[in-house]
Design a binder for this molecule. Structure first.
Ligand code: ZN
Length: 321
């Protein structure tokens, strides 16, 4: 059944006419003017030198009870204090997914491919948001990967396992490829990573050194620890730079503010912490703009050193590109 505006007017008139005690709960709670209940499309643009950057939101995953088991080496009180400090709820943590697209004028480069709608029910909005941004998957010419966890590689394929980006060359860090395609990786996530890449012919997959310039203006920054071959990417054009961070931190209120905290997703937590401290000392000193994959949309900001940790300073929203 659908209600048109006339039905709603009739219904609300009837509700007004009914004695208060006789009104049903439904009549009492239905807004006379319907709510939208939908967020604005999740894409955001900025200019980076001669390049145009678009951030695409792919929804979020809700983690219940972040005080328990999310941070290996911090107790519930400490984690909840960090959440409260950031004015976040204590009972759950919404971890968002954000993809970076860079149009260089010659190439349409996508960094990581999101959940693709194959993981959490609250994720997978990337397809609608790409369309809202006017970006067709067919227009993507290169895909550059930070690492092979499921929330970064699943958008490569449809539910049936066919390629979503039929015209893209895939650029992967060699140590990440070697780990997940070898026989030392944990079985289930390795099988997932293999199945995502299997939809693409081997000649369209380019394995590169983590510290190499893979495209004009795109250079790898080795950031191992979260995964063995985790690689961030520095995009530079005409003096302007953006670091595509990947998962060197998860939510900034957690292990950016507290760089010594080891979250469950860091495969080598000690290496991840060393990477985090070294990288953010540099990024804070250089005042580099950062796109954090799990930072709140539009996931763009700077990092300031503060006390024992770092503070994320969001890049101000701009009405112009
Ligand atoms: Zn991730």
């Amino acid at each position: 059944m659908s209600l048109d505006r006339r039905d709603l007017l009739v219904a609300s008139t009837a509700a007004l006419a009914a004695p208060a005690l006789g009104a049903t709960a439904a009549q009492a709670s239905a807004p006379a003017v319907p709510f939208s209940g939908r967020q604005a499309p999740g894409f955001y643009r900025l200019r980076l030198g001669a390049f145009e950057v678009t951030i695409i939101n792919d929804g979020y995953n809700r983690r219940p009870s972040p005080g328990e088991g999310f941070v290996r080496n911090a107790d519930r009180t400490a984690v909840e204090a960090a959440l409260a400090r950031a004015f976040l709820p204590l009972g759950h943590l919404d971890i968002s997914f954000n993809l970076t697209v860079v149009n260089t004028g010659r190439e349409m480069i996508l960094f990581d491919t999101g959940t693709g709608g194959l993981l959490a029910a609250t994720a997978g909005t990337m397809w609608d948001n790409l369309a809202a941004a006017g970006l067709a998957p067919e227009a993507v010419t290169k895909i550059v990967f930070t690492h092979f966890h499921g929330d970064h590689v699943s958008g490569l394929v449809t539910r049936e396992g066919t390629a979503r980006f039929p015209n893209a060359e895939l650029i992967v860090p060699e140590p990440e490829w070697a780990f997940w395609m070898g026989d030392r990786a944990p079985a289930q996530p390795a099988a997932m990573a293999k199945s995502r890449f299997a939809a693409y012919p081997p000649e369209r997959i380019r394995r590169v050194a983590s510290n190499s310039e893979v495209l004009p203006g795109v250079r790898g920054v080795p950031t191992p620890g979260h995964t063995p071959g985790h690689t961030s990417w520095l995009v530079t054009s005409a003096e302007a730079s953006l670091l595509v961070l990947g998962d060197v931190t998860n939510h900034p209120a957690i292990n950016l503010r507290n760089p010594g905290w080891h979250i469950v997703f860091d495969m080598d937590p000690v290496a991840a912490e060393a990477t985090r401290r070294g990288l953010f000392d540099r990024l804070a000193a250089d005042r580099t703009l950062i796109a954090g994959y799990h930072w709140p949309f539009p996931s763009l900001g700077y990092v300031r050193k503060e006390g024992e940790g770092y503070e994320m300073v969001p890049r101000e929203w701009s009405p112009s590109v």
